[in-house]
Ligand binder design. Structure first.
Ligand code: DGL
Length: 245
């Protein structure tokens, strides 16, 4: 099966990595909108417009399903994408919430959602968690984490200082931290160092579990190949893929 994976840029490779590791698909056609990243600072109208353009582009690659790896696009554009796609479209928010629920034991558990400004402003994670009976929820948009990851700061003083700044008001170790942005799994070790007792929810693992349980997809591809496409500087995307995948 050939699946399209769409992200605003390189970050969605963290989701592609999980899909490759679990061999759910024969082929991934990955499109990163590197010319227009970041989406996380843009308004809903722009995010929807860019996402629909990405869908039109990916339609020409004969894909049978689309996975929106980008949390920001999942938060704002999923409904429009579904209306306009001739195949199934999955975002990462519902899978992330289900993974958090599976990791938690009671409804009083505390949950910290980390995402871009646009993802947090959408309130999508909160809404789904509240619908499932959770109330002890905090949300945060540590915007500097995205450029830090892009620059390869996966550890060290600069990242630690950004973490101290963003997390200064979080007094208790949350029971779960939702890494609601494609880039954050790459700094999961640093985040775990900050919140050692929290379950960390990773969009890539969450979507794999979701596809297995909701769509009954099995890990029966011998190997998963990936075709890398970008709206700007595809060589940079390929280089990052060679490091991350
Ligand atoms: N891919 C985005 C997300 O997961 C992060 C980068 C951006 O702001 O476009 O929300």
């Amino acid at each position: 099966m050939r699946v399209g994976v769409f992200d605003s840029g390189v970050g969605g490779l963290t989701v592609a990595k999980s899909l490759i590791e679990h061999k759910l698909f024969d082929e991934i056609v990955y499109f990163g909108d590197t010319a227009r990243v970041p989406y996380g600072t843009k308004d809903a109208k722009t995010i929807i417009k860019y996402s629909l353009e990405a869908l039109e582009f990916l339609k020409s690659f004969d894909i049978e399903m689309l996975i929106v790896a980008c949390n920001t696009a999942s938060a704002h554009a999923l409904e429009e994408l579904r209306k306009n796609a001739p195949f199934e479209v999955f975002g990462v928010i519902e899978p992330g919430v289900l993974a958090a629920i599976n990791a938690l034991h009671d409804k009083n558990a505390s949950i910290l959602i980390l995402g871009t400004k646009a993802t947090i402003a959408s309130g999508q994670y909160e809404k789904l968690l509240i619908n499932n009976g959770y109330q002890n929820i905090a949300s945060l948009a540590p915007s500097l984490f995205v450029p830090l990851v892009e620059e390869g700061f996966f550890e060290g003083d600069v990242l630690q200082s950004a973490m101290r700044y963003y997390f200064k008001d979080i007094k208790q170790n949350p029971n779960a931290v939702i890494l609601g942005c494609t880039h954050f799994p790459l700094i999961a070790d640093a985040i775990r160092g900050y919140f050692p007792k929290s379950a960390l929810i990773h969009s890539g693992d969450a979507i794999v579990e979701y596809l297995r349980t909701k769509c009954c997809l099995k890990s029966n591809a011998n190997t998963t190949t990936i075709k890398l496409l970008a709206s700007d500087n595809v060589e940079a995307l390929k280089f990052t893929a060679s490091l991350w995948l």
